[in-house]
Design a protein around this ligand. Structure first.
Ligand code: COA
Length: 397
């Protein structure tokens, strides 16, 4: 049975910061950010956007392809959870009016959560032929003002509809996994800012990549030439470039992979880190920007979640895949640039980690769905059209 990615959609909020301006404000050479780290812009996430609204904003485009009688599973992979108990998938379930017969849940393992959701969905469909699964990888990468990780911040969501006979790519059966408890990156429950041992996490990423590649190559007798492209988890795009060099060190020259690697990092250069979604932002970027790929081409995807779990899996493009894509260049190009001062004030205006009521700033409402605030410790979600009406109309009740 062929199972895989039937549709894939990306959402990122309407505001961005130019990292060269950030570099100047922080007293850093801009080349460090654009060349050394490999970023150009980063998404700026207003407090009216969280993993629920961004996930729903990404998934709304897939709604017309969801067959309510076949949708059996909705999973959100995230490390920016908004509740320690209730799954964000349920808020999204309500916003999208999804069928009550679908299981809804949230998966956590740092940036690996999106891949965990995707591969669970694949196995679910193998066990339940004919079903569909909706998976969402949504995150806000937040390290703190003037922190070492600040330049790699970003955010957004990727929604994937997984089904039999997919229109974009079949996920192949064999994968290689490597798990082990390490302390490279974590986020205590009382803060929304990640704690990272930056250099150590970079080293561990490469070490985990080595483990899974060597295992995959050994088991499947694989070599880089078997693949049209390698896609990497991209906490910042230079990280992917380091992984490509590591592959070369372990095997053979990978010149044939370089041009497509460049295509795969373009959207991440403009958005920044999307944690669970980053690998899939890379996939979307490659598929939408490269016009030399063809049906039957195989892609290798490397997923890494700090803490840490790594998995290498592969996918095969299907005939006519390009017709099933949405093309997101406009979403990125039509965003509004904010100054460093404005970014800092948006950054500081967050839902408090305390039980007081709170209202988000309507000035930065974007997308189809918004968080309007928190009342009595309950988050209030709405369609933007309703949230922007001065007096709630009957249609919005
Ligand atoms: N021009 C061009 N390149 C420059 C430069 C300049 N003026 N100044 C520095 N660089 C290069 C450095 O040589 C280095 O390149 P290299 O990695 O190829 O050696 C790169 O820029 C980064 O510089 P460095 O001083 O090592 O970075 P840093 O101390 O600011 O930390 C991170 C970088 C990524 C570790 C930091 O942003 C971080 O902690 N990020 C969050 C954690 C993370 O993303 N982990 C990834 C694994 S999940």
């Amino acid at each position: 049975m062929s199972i895989g990615i039937d549709r894939i959609s990306l959402y990122t909020p309407s505001y961005y910061l130019d990292v060269c301006e950030l570099a100047v404000a922080r007293g850093v050479d801009p080349n460090k950010f654009t060349i050394g780290i490999g970023q150009d812009k980063q998404a700026v996430i207003p407090s009216s956007q969280d993993i629920v609204t961004m996930g729903a904003n990404a998934a709304i485009r897939l709604r017309g392809d969801i067959d309510d009688s076949r949708l059996g599973l909705v999973i959100v992979g995230t490390e920016s959870g908004v509740d320690a108990s209730k799954a964000s998938a349920l808020y999204i379930h309500e916003l999208l009016n999804l069928p009550h017969s679908a299981r809804c849940m949230e998966i956590k393992e740092a940036c690996f959560g999106g891949t965990a959701a995707l591969l669970v969905a694949r196995d679910y469909i193998a066990a339940h032929p004919g079903k569909q699964a909706l998976i969402i990888a949504a995150d806000i990468a937040r390290y703190g003002l003037a922190s070492g990780g600040e330049v790699t911040q970003g955010g957004g969501a990727v929604a994937i509809l997984v089904s039999e006979n997919p229109r974009i790519a079949e996920i192949e059966e064999h994968t290689s996994v490597y798990s082990g408890s390490i302390q490279d990156f974590w986020r205590p429950v009382y803060t929304d800012e990640a704690q990272a041992r930056g250099k150590y996490s970079t080293e561990q990423y490469l070490e985990f990549f080595e483990h899974v590649w060597l295992d995959y190559a050994h088991t499947m007798h694989a070599k880089p030439q078997d693949f049209a492209a390698f896609l990497f988890h991209l906490p910042y795009t230079k990280m992917g470039a380091k992984a490509l060099r590591k592959l070369e060190e372990l095997t053979e020259p990978v010149t044939h992979l370089e041009q497509r690697f460049e295509q795969s990092i373009q959207y991440s250069r403009a958005i920044g880190n999307v944690y669970t979604g980053s690998l899939y932002v890379g996939l979307i970027s490659l598929l939408e920007l490269d016009n030399s790929l063809k049906a039957g081409d195989r892609l290798a995807l490397f997923s890494y979640g700090s803490g840490a779990v790594a998995e290498l899996f592969t996918a095969r493009l299907v005939e006519g895949y390009e017709k099933a894509l949405y093309y997101h260049a406009d979403l990125l190009n039509q965003r509004t640039q904010v100054s460093v001062n404005e970014y800092e004030s948006i950054f500081k205006d967050v839902v408090p980690y305390a039980p007081q009521d709170y209202s988000t700033n309507p000035r930065y409402y974007c997308g189809d769905f918004v968080l309007t605030g928190v009342v009595g410790m309950e988050r209030q979600y709405a369609t933007r059209s309703c949230a922007e009406q001065p007096i709630a109309s009957a249609a919005c009740d």
